[in-house]
Design a protein around this ligand. Structure first.
Ligand code: ZN
Ligand code: ZN
Length: 343
């Protein structure tokens, strides 16, 4: 079977690999149909391994995976059947470390993400634990693959305690920012999306957000505080990983508010310490999600197939995986979500 294998910095080899052994008890074999690429894939491809938790190479990337069940192992759950369309919950946790013991397995010290620490979706077949397979009804695999980025958004909205009627600011209108805007709107919040790119803000509008083009941190902060009613926003979610945006977010948020950071980057943040103290801010990091949040993401994706289809900007076949990654990284302005399909 064909596998796109990351073997070194900026190197993906298309290899013919042996098919996996039949699924064991509690496992299923799936055939990936669509694999979304995101920033963490770019970091891994670029060799910035510290940003993504030190995976070992060679590695088959792909953690945003829509697939079809090919074969069920013994004792597979009743609700799964062969030929079924599914999205994959990519996380495996150890169950023993401190975060696992306190009910936060999504930040397990020894967690393994498919496509990062174990082989992921950029291959023709994959064996995975049956409890990480979530049935999804969507006519388009590329849209089903959005369940994973949406699960991060559900996590962000939960961590930020985003509630009905709150006026929430989302920094960044890439796929995660769009997903946060929609997940927050589904909680009944009003959303202001901020991004430098007009095309992205058009999609945010379609998802029900109000929008503001990014100009300077000072200008954006002044407008956004006013939009939120003058006192600042009760919560700001950063989906950029950009220090300037996070700094603006710290200005925009109200005293006693929440700053939720979901954008990933290897950059340093320089913010005056007293700003956190004076405002008594809750600063909340967001990693991947928990199982119930993945289930909620699946249902959000199922409810909005048309609008979310607009997030899929480019599709490539599996055999063009190296070109797909390079294209996605070199064209941030026109790329919303690059999805790699089957062979
Ligand atoms: Zn991702
Ligand atoms: Zn653990």
């Amino acid at each position: 079977m064909l596998a796109a294998v990351t073997t070194g910095k900026r190197t993906i080899d298309l290899l013919d690999r042996a098919e996996p052994a039949p699924p064991g008890p509690g496992q299923v074999t799936v055939r990936p149909q669509a694999v979304g690429l995101c920033g963490s894939d770019f970091h891994l491809f670029e060799g910035q391994l510290d940003v993504v938790g030190y995976p070992e190479l060679p590695r088959v990337q792909g953690h945003e995976v829509a697939a079809v069940i090919d074969r069920l192992g013994p004792d597979a759950p009743q609700h799964l059947h062969e030929g079924q369309s599914v999205s994959l919950f990519p996380l495996l946790a150890c169950g023993e470390c401190y975060p696992c013991r306190v009910g936060r397995p999504n930040v397990c010290d020894r967690f393994q993400l498919i496509g990062v620490h174990v082989d992921g979706g950029l291959q023709e077949q994959l064996v995975i634990a049956a409890d990480r397979v979530y049935p999804i009804t969507s006519s388009r695999p590329a849209v089903s693959a959005l369940a994973e980025p949406f699960s991060i958004a559900v996590r962000a909205v939960n961590r930020g305690r985003i509630a009905s009627q709150e006026r929430i600011v989302v920094m960044g209108a890439g796929p995660i920012g769009q997903a946060v805007a929609l997940a927050a709107a589904e909680r009944g919040a009003h959303v202001l999306a901020i991004d430098p790119f007009a095309d992205r803000l058009e999609i945010s509008k379609a998802l029900g957000a109000e929008v503001l083009p990014w100009t300077t941190a000072a200008e954006v902060a002044e407008y956004a505080r006013e939009w939120a009613g003058g006192e600042g926003a009760p919560a700001v979610v950063d989906a950029t990983g950009n220090p300037d945006a996070i700094s603006a977010g710290v200005d925009i948020v109200a005293s006693a508010g929440r700053v939720v950071i979901v954008g990933m980057s290897g950059r340093d943040l320089a913010v005056q310490v007293s700003r956190f103290v004076e405002k008594e801010l809750d600063v909340l990091g967001v990693s991947v999600c928990q199982p119930h949040e993945f289930a909620e993401a699946v249902s959000i994706v199922q409810r909005h197939p048309e609008t979310l289809g607009r997030l899929v900007s480019h599709e490539f076949p599996l055999r063009s995986a190296p070109e797909a990654l390079t294209f996605a990284m070199e064209n941030p302005k026109e790329v919303m979500k690059v999805v790699i399909g089957s062979v």
